[in-house]
Ligand binder design. Sequence first.
Ligand code: PDD
Length: 279
Amino acid sequence: RIAYVNGRYVPHRAATVHIEDRGLQFADGVYEVIAIWRGLPVDLGPHLNRLEQGLTELQIPMPASRRVVAHVLREVVRRNGIGTGIVYLQVNRGVAPRLHTWDHGLRPSMIATARRMPSMARTVIEDGAKVISVEDIRWKRRDIKTVGLLPNVLAKQKAQAAGCPEVFQVDGDGMVTEAGASNAWMVDQDGRLITRPLGHEILPGITRRTLVRLARDAGMEVVERPFSLEEAKAAREAFFSSTTNFVMPVVQIDDAVIGNGKPGSVSARLRALYLDYLN
Ligand code: PDD
């Protein structure tokens, strides 16, 4: 396996960053996970837009031009011979003696890895997923795709111990924000797709964005509004969306069975639309 580290393509096992990289000390950086389908990155433009937005918020300069970043990603995919999988990109503020404040002259670090993920298209979608609800204990800028993921890590570990692949995170008002590493959706009794509007409370998922467009183009009604955990538990369907899961039906939230306990037709249709889009 080959990784990219600060201008070099190196063997994965020899790929290292400096111990005083601020990504290591302060989680001072952002990342992207981009799907690879038939050897090509999916929705690369929107992913790079989100990367740029996050970097701007954190006042970290782009490590290279968009064209160069895109080239590096394609090159990591090519050198690893990935057909279906993901490419991971991380940009940190840079290397400096540990001090909370930073100097503006720092050179950002950039690393990229790629990994095969053959199971993506046909996974547990036939059975659907169970999720548990957890309190959303993250900070107030969840729209920034920071590498500071401890709340997500703890939540997902708790889910795994309960035999669940995901969580629904719930804010102080009992409203679902998003999942642990995906966006959360439900289908109401009239068959409308409901998902939380963009804002500081959730990550603007690229899959979410594409799904909203695909659904509307297909004549499905999408309502962007917050929904409560209680509403989701009583919903006709629920699902979560991400680069790694596409559309994953949810058949149970905590002790509440969703619909008839099987993946619903609306999520199935949306998943099919997404697979058509990829192919
Ligand atoms: N996670 N919300 C959170 C908190 C996420 O971490 C992710 C993605 C999403 C979905 O975004 P997208 O559709 O752009 O993948 C929503 C990635 C896959 C990860 O951390 O591995």
